[in-house]
Design a protein around this ligand. Structure first.
Ligand SMILES: Nc1nc2c(ncn2[C@@H]2O[C@H](COP(=O)(O)OP(=O)(O)OP(=O)(O)O)[C@@H](O)[C@H]2O)c(=O)[nH]1
Ligand SMILES: [Mg+2]
Length: 389
């Protein structure tokens, strides 16, 4: 796996800082309602509040792989338990075993089409290699699942432009975790030494602006916002004008997940996107669709609407910690053929991980065993530094 972003012209991301001191969580703050917020004011509040060190999940004995396992514990336990029950009770690979396996995979949100295709390939392999041991089938399954995820993992890395800010437009149905993901992403970029600006272009929902400002304070990133009900395009204009002389590396734009009608929403998103490209040629460089893993097929159909309206370039899959149905990952990879860039495994700023297929499948299939720390990937080390004792 490559590092999670790179700059063009062969520049590599700077080394992450060993530990970042950030203000304490600021979810409870309330910003001034319907006020035009000056970017400097927003950032100075962050500075004022920077008194404590946010306890970081990166400290302590838990390895990053273990954190992934923990995040996926619901999925893993359900999946692994069912697999164990199935395979332990069987001596040979037969049609009944395949039927039961099919049920497990569909229950795990793998989707009917993906399940059928996957089992078809598994059957072929079993036949070709003349296998009898059910455990061998489990290995095949693991390998095939990983292949699905790897296929869609073509450049999962974000590529920043050679000059000017890297603009990310974040979209998705309401409540999927857009604003939270923006906060976490800003934290990741900040930790990598990038100068980040957040833009509150969700002016529809009353509390949306304050929520983004709270994240701005939490991760110490500036926020440009206007009042509730303002025209999102006008917010973009303001924000990009503000950004021009200030040398931001990354601009992340929050958008509405809901308007009066779906048609309105899609039209507005297209307009917002157009305005961005008028202000900064090439922007947005990344159109990131956020999907809530707990919503299953429904989430996928909703995501399809966004995909049709604007050209999505990457996916962030949130709330994988909150579902026992991790199979949705394979389903999304097959359905969208767009790289899953990040997965959300909790509500805190550290809970956004690069999506690494091999690591993901390993965590999903892993049984409870003492962690040796060996499982940390190079990507983990590069991103978060080595494990601390
Ligand atoms: N457990 C868990 N909760 C998450 C994750 N990501 C977001 N959430 C929670 O999901 C809820 C909705 O998140 P938001 O970020 O407000 O979602 P949104 O898409 O911006 O919502 P709207 O602005 O209403 O469209 C919040 O309570 C978040 O804390 C995740 O990865 N895991
Ligand atoms: Mg939001």
């Amino acid at each position: 796996m490559l590092s999670w972003f790179k700059k063009k012209m062969g520049e590599t991301p700077p080394e992450p800082e060993a530990e970042t001191t950030l203000p304490p969580p600021a979810g409870e703050e309330t910003g001034e309602q319907a006020a035009v917020v000056e970017p400097e004011a927003a950032s100075s509040v962050a500075g004022d509040e920077a008194g404590g060190v946010q306890p970081s999940a990166a400290t302590g004995a838990t390895s990053f792989f273990n954190r992934l396992r923990q995040g996926l514990s619901r999925t893993r336990e359900s999946f692994v338990n069912q697999m164990d029950e199935l395979f332990l009770g069987k001596k040979v690979i037969d049609a009944e075993l395949f039927d039961e396996l099919e049920e497990i995979l569909i229950t795990a949100d793998l989707g009917a089409a993906t399940t059928t295709e996957l089992l078809e390939r598994a059957r072929e392999q079993v036949k070709r290699q003349d296998l009898n041991d059910p455990r061998a089938l489990e290995e095949i399954l693991q390998q095939l699942l990983q292949e699905y995820l790897v296929q869609a993992d073509r450049p999962a890395e974000l590529v920043m432009p050679a000059s000017g800010p890297f603009v990310i437009m974040v979209l998705g149905v309401n409540g999927v975790g857009k604003t939270t993901t923006i906060g976490k992403l800003a934290y990741k970029f900040k930790k990598s030494g990038q100068k980040v600006l957040l833009v509150a272009a969700d002016t529809f929902r009353a509390a949306a602006i304050e929520q983004l400002q709270a994240w701005g304070r939490r991760v110490d990133a500036e926020v440009v916002a206007q009042q509730h009900g303002a025209d999102p395009s006008s917010v973009i204009y303001d924000a990009f004008d503000y950004a021009r002389p200030r040398d931001f590396d990354v601009i992340i734009v929050d958008t509405a997940g809901r308007l009066h009608t779906k048609v309105n929403l899609m039209e507005e998103l297209r307009k917002v996107k157009r305005v961005m490209s008028q202000k900064i040629p090439g922007a947005p460089h990344e159109v990131m669709l956020v999907i809530d893993a707990t919503t299953g097929q429904n989430g996928i159909s909703q995501a399809r609407l966004f995909q049709e309206a604007v050209d999505v370039s990457g996916i962030a899959l949130t709330k994988l910690d909150g579902t026992a149905r991790g199979g949705i990952v394979a389903n999304i990879c097959r359905e969208f053929k767009i790289p899953i860039r990040f997965i959300g495994l909790g509500e805190q700023m550290e809970d956004l991980r690069d999506f690494e297929p091999r690591e993901f499948v390993n965590a999903l299939f892993s049984r409870d065993r003492p962690d040796t720390g060996d499982a940390d990937t190079a990507a983990d080390q590069a991103e978060n530094g080595p494990d601390r004792p």
